[in-house]
Design a protein around this ligand. Sequence first.
Ligand code: ADP
Length: 747
Amino acid sequence: MSDHYVKVKVQLEQMKSFGENAEKEGVPTEEQAPVSSPPASLSPDPSSITIAGRDASDTSITCKQGLNRVKSRSKAGKEDKNSCGKHISDLPLHGNVVSAHVGKNLNRLGHDRTLHIKGTGRILQGKLETNGNYVTVHPSKNIQDARREEGFKLARKRRPVTVDSSKAKTSLEALKLSIKQLKWKEFPLGRRTACDIYWHGVSFHDNENIVSGQVNKFPGMIEMLRKINLSRAVRTMQDLFPEEYDFYPRSWILPEEYQQFSTQMRMVKENDATVNPTFIVKPDGGSQGDGIYLIRDPSDLKVMVGSQAKQAVVQEYIQKPLLIDKLKFDIRLYVLVKSMEPLEIYIAKEGLTRFCTEPYQEPSQKNLSHVFMHLTNYSLNVHSGNFVHSDSQNTGSKRTLSSVLYRLAAKGVDIKKVWSDIIALVIKTVIAVVPELKVYYQADIPPGKPGPTCFQILGFDILLMKNLKPVLLEVNSNPSMRIEHEQEVAPGVFEYVPSPVDEEVKVGVIRDTLRLMDPSHKKPSISHLRPGGFEHGEEIPMEAETQERCQDEGGALPSLCLKQVYPKYTKQFNYLRLVERIAVLFIRFLGVKGNMRLGPTAFRTFIRTCKLSNSNFTMASVDILYIDITRRWSGSMSDSREAGMGLQAFVEAFFYMAGRRFKSLVLKDQVWSLLEQCEAQLESQLGVEDRRSASCSRALPRAIKTQTLGLANPLLSSPAPLRRAASQDYRLHQRLKPRTLRANVEN
Ligand code: ADP
């Protein structure tokens, strides 16, 4: 064994023990990275691999082994692999560590007769709400015994979980395989009676008549993840937390920010003539690289966009990406938003990497139009003569993430750091889009109507810079779940052939998403069990539960390839959720159910209720502020179905008022202070109202009182810390409303 391999082995061992410690201590920055075992076919020679940024003499990673062109293949056996295509025996997986650790704790807790949540010292018992359902916790029993008992009961009674796959579109193949592995029941043509799970290929609205069960799309996700909206949401967070959100390249929204863009560029160049930045222009509705081009000067944009001035994002181009085999590549990571209330995020331990097919050179006027050099999209590169379809996960133009991380680890890269940076990027991005998603959610699923709950798999596209810093390129609300690819089997004859790499990764992601959403195994998550749970990071024994579950099911399913990162790392990221608190206020004052915009009267009511006007900021100034901001935003919103002030405009108004009131503070503290004030005002008002109403309507049931008082939002009827923590308990229901969507579907 070479020195080199010894080093790698030591690193993997360290990662293992690190994973154990991190799990025990809840350390967020030290995640178990998804590393595969050394691929048998790959003999990385340290001398031929150089990490750019570590060795200045070479800016690329070069593998001696050339890229082999491989034709289509047969399906590989998978019995002894885990869901993400890794041999379980190769690497001590996180899940095993978690199970053992958590199991031990649970047993001990069981003997204590009460459940003490680490770090809170709270005692939990009785009925608790989970995603809208009430469950009973047995405080006096050993938790695991209770679960096992429950599991047996369920197994006896259980009917298979039903899945409506009639709208699954291109994810159908992977979905079918997943359902089969789980021994669930598929309804490919839909079903008259309700199904447990509805799998949609595009949007929440693919099927308009769902009143129960779970749908694999959130309303509004497509809109929120369009390039402009995502850029706006991240920019708001960059204004508040510039350092935390430095993973997203500087972006301008076209055409409205064209002037800003060209002025800033001119100033940059005037300050330093040697600076020669490149920009990438991405049409708002585009996907798969469609309509994307590079420019070096704002004036190129004018020429290229012309008078039509299409909506687009122009973004700083990352000129020095990390290279492997001299090629640029990006990472496709699958992320499950399991629930928005409470926020629950899972990351797939395995992902894909997509490689360019022409060796990379820094952008120059000559190579700007070389798409195979600059754009990593599979849909583009597959048409290059250099594209390599490979059966192997660690060669070819599409590889597993773990095989790439292994290559990097082999060269001594601290991949634990890379992985934890990626996790942080994902959590922060989801936190950025959740506020507006909540507005969409309450519009489509208003309180009082029966409706489904939602979850969604997102596709994060991430680029590693030469210095190994991950950069967010975009988030796809409909990541391609195809497990086959088009291939030229004879000259001019194309046919779909199975793609082993896609199958390994995507079937694992879908199957394990389904396992997590299994309605017969809904369990209270720790964040539900714990009032004020946002304040405390906590380990949730999902993997242990699932393994138990597999035995109940009599199956031999591998351990989950999805890893919970939120609420697990709540402690580290919760402070970023300021805009979400603003969104909760916004929703509180929307008034008419189903609205997404605040009218002038509602805005005034908000100002009055929260006591934000005074002699320096009169109601007349409030009206002017409303008109001013709303007019500006209505011009820039592509989706202006309703008149009034949308969330983004409201956030701007909120920032403005916070700035006026708390001049000496930095923006995030200004906003935090104003939020505290508003929430305290609402709370005290609700207290008064509650007392008043209690005296005149003692006999009214609580639900009716709540409605009478306009307190549909329980956030505002609870003590401040709990209220903030428990936006998760805010239950939203459905209003079925057809939408015309320009969907970004990667299929
Ligand atoms: P699309 O939705 O059309 O795929 P992306 O934003 O993913 O749009 O961009 C397409 C490709 O362009 C990415 O996969 C990546 O290779 C490249 N790219 C995008 N943004 C940048 C950037 N800021 N710097 C460098 N490369 C980028």
